[in-house]
Design a protein around this ligand. Structure first.
Ligand SMILES: [Zn+2]
Ligand SMILES: [Zn+2]
Length: 181
């Protein structure tokens, strides 16, 4: 089986973690993980990190080499589907639903650990997770447009006002007052 990224070197059996086997590439350090093995591993090794505050976690300085081009499943030669990890990191994990295999580029496992998501791959691969990321990103885009127009200070004021307004029982009256001015 050839590395889907370097295409030439053969993938060799390796261990990503204790009890978590994968097929790794010695050149790009990417690895092909069977999601069947992974789910078993994630269930039996639940002790360490859980989902709490996972999405908010700071990724820290983890060097990765995310492949932005399409990855071809080395088993069935179909194009693997890309899944975003969070709204704040660009990395995407490639998955072949047919073979139930995931391709992690070099450093991406370490990134998942840094994000406290190393046990959460099945959740990441769901529609609701991916939808939430798209929502967070569009919120982020709207905010950055506002920052460009009225600056960081102005945006903070707007956000503070919005938080205050959200809790205020006369919200609709305040909004109506603002519209008229
Ligand atoms: Zn490789
Ligand atoms: Zn496949």
């Amino acid at each position: 089986m050839k590395c889907p990224r370097c295409t030439t070197p053969d993938l060799k059996p390796t261990l990503i973690e204790e009890y978590l086997p994968a097929m790794g590439c010695e050149t790009c350090h990417g690895s092909l993980v069977s999601l069947l093995y992974y789910r078993h591993w994630a269930e039996t090794q639940k002790l360490a990190s859980t989902s709490e505050a996972a999405a908010e976690a700071n990724p820290g300085p983890v060097a990765t080499s995310d492949t932005t081009t399409a990855i071809i499943c080395p088993k069935c030669v179909r194009v693997m589907q890309k899944y975003k990890l969070t709204g704040t990191v660009a990395n995407r994990v490639d998955v072949c639903a047919t073979c139930d295999e995931a391709w992690l580029d070099g450093g991406e496992w370490e990134l998942l650990e840094a994000l406290q998501l190393s046990h959460e791959l099945p959740a990441i691969l769901t529609d609701s997770w991916q939808r939430r990321i798209r929502h967070e990103q569009s919120e982020g885009t709207r905010r950055s447009i506002l920052v460009r127009m009225i600056g960081e200070d102005g945006t903070s004021r707007v956000e503070e006002f919005k938080r205050w307004l959200g809790k205020n029982q006369h919200k609709s009256h305040v909004l109506a007052y603002l519209y008229r001015n």
